[in-house]
Write a protein that binds this ligand. Structure first.
Ligand SMILES: Cc1cc2nc3c(=O)[nH]c(=O)nc-3n(C[C@H](O)[C@H](O)[C@H](O)COP(=O)(O)O)c2cc1C
Length: 172
């Protein structure tokens, strides 16, 4: 799929079917994640792959009953790993770059999934402590985004965007 078509076709989906995500497609998504840029190429983030039903069901509860987290066969959890950015960038690395690194990685995963005919929705509303426990992450990592990946069982709602003239500010 052409890159600009991918951008146009990506919409949040919140109803997934039973069909599993093919291993080859999942691998392509994971490789896309690993191509994402990061501050100083330090990759100050970690990605957790959640496939077990019991864990996905626990994620639903941790995310205020967002049921689609259990419907999608795969959920990727993106965590910051501040320590990886600390030595080189100190506070800016620990407070900002690691969050940006994890967010870009999640964005790459979304776009790769779309290009492969899969659907996703970025999930940011969740109890961080509960998610941290479910994925059994080390203490210094912070979950910042979850991404259920699967085949859509609904036509996505197309959300309007602001006008470019309102959004873009040319600096004179
Ligand atoms: C940081 C962030 C957090 C989000 N959190 C949630 C969430 O917890 N649950 C949800 O259903 N959608 C969530 N979304 C998805 C947005 O609602 C969605 O991207 C937005 O409405 C635009 O729609 P679109 O993705 O179809 O273009 C989140 C998106 C972002 C970028």
């Amino acid at each position: 799929m052409d890159f600009f078509t991918v951008l146009k076709k990506r919409h949040s989906v919140r109803l997934f079917g039973d069909r599993t995500v093919e291993g080859e497609k999942l691998q392509q998504i994971l490789e896309a994640i690993n191509r994402a840029p990061s501050a100083g190429n330090l990759q100050a983030y970690e990605v957790y792959l959640v496939r077990e039903t019991q864990h996905r069901t626990a994620l639903v509860k941790a995310a205020g009953d967002q049921e689609f987290l259990a419907q999608a066969p795969v959920v990727l959890v993106f965590c910051t790993h501040a320590a990886r950015a600390a030595d080189r960038y100190q506070n800016r690395g620990m407070e900002l770059y690691c969050v940006q690194d994890a967010s870009i990685a999640c964005t790459y995963a979304m776009l790769a999934a779309t290009a492969l005919g899969l659907s996703t929705v970025w999930v940011g509303a969740f109890d961080e402590k509960a998610v941290h426990e479910i994925i059994a992450a080390p203490g210094d990592e912070r979950p910042v985004a979850m991404l259920p990946v699967g085949y859509a069982a609904e036509a996505p709602r197309i959300r309007e965007r602001r006008d470019l003239k309102d959004l873009i500010h040319e600096v004179q």
